[in-house]
Ligand binder design. Structure first.
Ligand code: COD
Length: 319
């Protein structure tokens, strides 16, 4: 199997994603991951599992004593871990970000540090990982009863995006879908309704974005909205409601209006439905693994696998 951008079949499950990450690591070697504040058991467990699989070589920034203690409690040999001291989570975020911006590491991962602190480090003008594009978070899910992976954005970074930001959120999610061989992805701009209600500002924005896509202003995707969640992912719901749309019933990408909707959506899937998910920040100079501090170990492991694939398949510019 070739790794070149255009040559992969669409990735349809987390197991296929893992296989692709293993192939990338086999052919190109493990990716270096700088972890900001690796003082948390799920993080060390996930990073160690990915290391044993040969996917990554971790560099762990944080309080060395605490990292050592957690590793020992998990039965992980500390000799295999590259531990780098940092006074507090803020310094750990700075040092880990610098490891990536200097080219020492390929991927940045969030540990036990607040998302906003971690993201501010990534956005730092001097030593951060900005590209001039909007950075946005995308989650990838595999859910029973849906015949493919689906993507959701943005439930973790952009708090209340306006029209311009929402367009870039769509584009970042489309770039991720392309990197996983899904081309063109179908993008549903989610709202509470599937008609354009002038009272609903974000539904009006959705209609604008859909029209922009029709006119070729957003490329590489089939975009429609506003669509309610049921008719975005269920052909039956779309049929019952009489919706004629190339996206209805088969959306690959779901775009939500703000961080609250996205965050509740994502955590409902993880906690109530136990779906397998992976999260990544797109638009930066490298893949950024951003999961919630309390996310299960599997979410962190799958996110690392996703980052390994992206580090190989996207044209990231090193320092
Ligand atoms: N992409 C690119 N540049 C950005 C972005 C972005 N998404 N956000 C801000 N910037 C740039 C701005 O253009 C500006 O130059 C600078 O960064 C500061 O902008 P502010 O003042 O609007 O941003 P901050 O530093 O106050 O906040 C940015 C955060 C990303 C920290 C903020 O949006 C945030 O806290 N997001 C929520 C994170 C979170 O708590 N997630 C929880 C779920 S895990």
């Amino acid at each position: 199997m070739q790794l070149e951008f255009r040559e992969i079949e669409p990735i349809k499950s987390m197991n296929q994603l893992l296989d692709l990450a293993r192939l990338v690591a086999q052919v190109k070697g493990p990716k270096k991951v700088a972890v900001a504040a690796a003082t948390e058991a799920h993080v060390i467990e996930a990073v160690n599992e990915a290391r044993i699989e040969g996917l990554i070589e971790p560099i762990l920034f944080g309080n060395p004593e605490r990292m050592r203690k957690i590793a020992q409690e998990l039965g992980i040999s500390v000799e295999n871990l590259d531990l780098r001291p940092a006074r507090d989570p803020e310094e750990a975020a700075e040092l880990a970000t610098k490891a990536v911006s200097s080219g020492e590491a390929d991927i940045l991962m969030k540990g036990l540090v607040h998302s906003s602190e971690f993201l501010r480090a990534a956005l730092n003008r001097e030593w951060g990982l900005r590209t001039g594009r909007l950075l946005s978070h995308v989650l990838v899910f595999e859910a029973q009863g849906y015949d493919r992976l689906f993507f959701m954005s943005d439930g973790a970074m952009n708090i209340n995006p306006g029209l311009k930001e929402k367009i870039q959120i769509v584009e970042n999610a489309v770039t991720l879908a392309h990197a996983l061989g899904i081309n063109p992805p179908r993008v549903a701009l989610l709202a509470a309704v599937e008609v354009v209600n002038p009272e609903m500002e974000t539904a009006v924005e959705d209609a604008i974005i859909a029209k922009m896509a029709d006119r070729g202003q957003i490329k590489g995707a089939i975009v429609d909205g506003p669509l309610a969640l049921d008719n975005a992912v269920s052909e039956e719901a779309a049929r019952i409601k009489g919706i004629k749309s190339p996206v209805a019933g088969k959306a690959d990408i779901l775009i939500v209006d703000n961080i609250d909707v996205g965050n509740v959506f994502y955590k409902s899937l993880i906690y109530f439905a136990r779906v397998r998910g992976a999260g990544i920040i797109m638009g930066a100079r490298a893949p950024l693994v951003l999961t919630s501090r309390a996310d299960p170990e599997e979410v962190k492991f799958l996110s690392l696998a996703l980052a390994v694939v992206l580090a190989e398949r996207l044209p990231y510019v090193s320092a």
